[in-house]
Design a protein around this ligand. Sequence first.
Ligand code: GLU
Length: 555
Amino acid sequence: MATNEDLANLLFPDVTESIEDLEARYPARDLKEGAQVTRFAPSPTGFLHTGSLFTSLISYTVAKSSGGVYFFRLEDTDTKRTIEGSGDLLISQLAAFGIVADEGYFPEGDKGAYGPYKQSERKGIYRAVIKELVRRGRAYPDFCTPEDLDKIRKAQEASKVLPGYYGIYARDRNLSVEERIARIEAGTPWVIRFKSMGDHDKKTKFTDAIRGEIELQDNDTDVVILKSDGLPTYHFAHVCDDHFMRTTLITRGEEWIPSTPIHLDMFRALGWKAPKYAHIPSIMKLDHGNKRKLSKRKDPEAAVSYFLEQGYAPEALKVYLMSIANSNFEEWTIAHKTFDLSAFPFSLKKMSLDGALFDEDKLNYFAKELMAKMPLQEEYAAVLSWAKTHDVSFASRIESDPDYFKKILNIEKDRKNPRKDYAKYSDIYPLVKFFYDDEYDAIVSSPLPFQEKFAPSLLAQVLRSSAEKMPFGVEESVWFDAVKAIGGALGFAVSNKDYKTNPDAFKGSLSDVAEILRVALVGSKQSPNLHEIIEILGKDRCVERLNKVASLLEA
Ligand code: GLU
């Protein structure tokens, strides 16, 4: 009589390695108490999704804060969805966020003792484990064609029962070993299915590190574990890889919760201790009043590259994502006056269970805080490097006079409460372009926003007199006293208080004088500190601009 051993040898004649051999090849990791081994295991199917960055950030943080290991595994078994080169792209995009694995797949070659870290290179491991499952009668070849499966599905629809390969619908589950061998020998194509011993009327319980206890229906489906292309399915590869890579905590998207009973069923069948699970909530978006998952197709912000192209500092997006992960994070940043993620006591238990709403204003808040605190030299280098790829004309302006641009960037920066104008690098140029003469000429070629109550001749007088008398290279207070004197001589109040008590006695207030100068020099009523601007523009440029606008007003 033929045995499962015969069947296993017929299916996998070349496999000589046993599960014991694999256990010896991938020994338990030598880690300190409490250290977590986590991983990020993307499929190479495109760009880095914001949700994936979120998941990898959490995986990385848990490993690092516990003194454990974070590794990267490339899940490339779905060859139809694989996009050439996207695995390497994911790695470089993660690296831009400082998320670099301790071990795993790297474009230049694997690093670490638990590899290979690319699933398509792990066929030998999967086949060895599946051979053992066949030998134990816990996996079997299924000969159903797509048409056969379709028939089963239709029968299930007609009987209004759940779809799937289980119970009486698992057509080839109970074939005899002889029958199986005969079909294989006749050359009938096959896949391998896991033989579940689960009972749909019973429950599987597990503790999720974020959600606590979860109770779901037991798995009773005989899922495919080895496809006809010789590659495993996600379900099996996950169980096998996370066992032999000695992962202690599976951080993965919440869409995997319903499949967890399948995975636990397999861990049980193999006699392996299942790792812990932490199912990460999805990032949501408000769409016409409805909350929905951030969508790769509909939302540009679903792609991490969107933020990089806009010129958000990678750290800003990371910090924002941490504020979604733990709602106490923002409070912590204020109390500790830092945005250093490595110092934050992240907690899986404090993660909110409903997916967080993506909030651009919040992102901008963190981004502005971080950019304001960034040291000048670092900010300069980051802006220039961003501009070189995303705004070449801005880059060439910067490079035409780096010191001038550094001074511009440094306005109201080097102080306890720095100015927070910019959330992203693309915010900078529109706000500072008036510093560049051709841009300034274009601005003043349109009507300037002077207050209408001032006659053009008066405005021109203020500008001419300032061009003549305004001091340069002096302290702000000295400069301001001079502005007062210039205004005073032309009938403006020398203090705002004087003006308030008797507005009719003056042509305008001291603030009006400053505004006239600002509009003439900058082209707008709003700008950072005017004295700093004047000092950066320098005497020649300022005098030229003041006279130029005066002439336009006199014309
Ligand atoms: N490759 C799976 C995915 O991209 C990974 C899920 C997991 O982390 O286990 O969804």
